[in-house]
Design a protein around this ligand. Structure first.
Ligand code: AMP
Length: 212
């Protein structure tokens, strides 16, 4: 299955994407994770992306489109994928369609996760993550030992762009750019709306239903 998980920052689409990725053996392709890894490793891509990511702004379309095109060429994506955090603009959505069309493929479903702004801010501000990819929430999903990753023992940290001022900017950018995509995929007849204001398990049930 070729899937896109769409929704504002903090809505929990990453958590749901990780679950479906494990259940179905589909690669979870999160552009935010790819960019953060590049920034950590100080690659050329990371150096270019850092200023945008830290400010909560969008990285230029051509850069993220290239990253995704290269990632989807890897053999593990041949049987399907879950895109998380991409596309975020109309040109990105059109480029994705072109990439797939060239291979006679198309998206199967786009899941749009929504929640109130209040819920989003609460989730983002409590989010803590580990370099190994594990993500926690100080209240809703705390690690066994405060500040330490259950999975690898690494130290948890708050993403720089999860701090309050940047969160507002990311939500503003989302409202301005990414909302357009809902109409785009609705018109294509592949959009399914998921109420993500509920518990992760309840949301997972809806996701499984949407994919069945
Ligand atoms: P995320 O982890 O999805 O919240 O992404 C974190 C940050 O990475 C965003 O605020 C952007 O700066 C950048 N980013 C991730 N995906 C994209 C994308 N598809 N287009 C542009 N910028 C992106």
């Amino acid at each position: 299955m070729r899937l896109v998980f769409l929704g504002p920052p903090g809505v929990g689409k990453g958590t749901q994407a990780r679950r479906i990725s494990e259940q179905r053996g589909l690669p979870h392709v999160a552009t935010g994770d790819i960019l953060r890894a590049a920034i950590r490793e100080k690659t050329e891509l990371g150096k270019t992306a850092k200023g945008y990511v830290d400010a909560g702004a969008l990285v230029p379309d051509e850069l993220v489109i290239r990253i995704v095109a290269e990632r989807l060429e890897k053999p593990d994506a041949a049987g399907g994928f879950i895109l998380d955090g991409f596309p975020r603009t109309l040109p990105q959505a059109e480029a994705l369609d072109d990439i797939l069309r060239e291979r006679d493929l198309s998206l199967d479903r786009v899941l749009f996760f929504y929640a109130s702004d209040e819920t989003l801010v609460e989730r983002i501000s409590g989010r803590r993550s580990c370099a190994c990819g594990a993500v926690y929430h100080v209240r809703f999903d705390p690690p066994k030992k405060e500040g330490i990753c259950d999975r690898c023992g690494g130290r948890l940290s708050q993403r720089k762009d999860d701090r309050e001022g940047t969160v507002r900017e990311r939500l503003r950018v989302y409202g301005e750019r990414t909302n357009d995509l809902i109409g785009y995929y609705d018109a294509a007849g592949i959009l399914i709306r998921i109420d993500a204001g509920r518990s992760p398990d309840e949301v997972s049930r809806s996701v499984r239903q949407a994919l069945s």
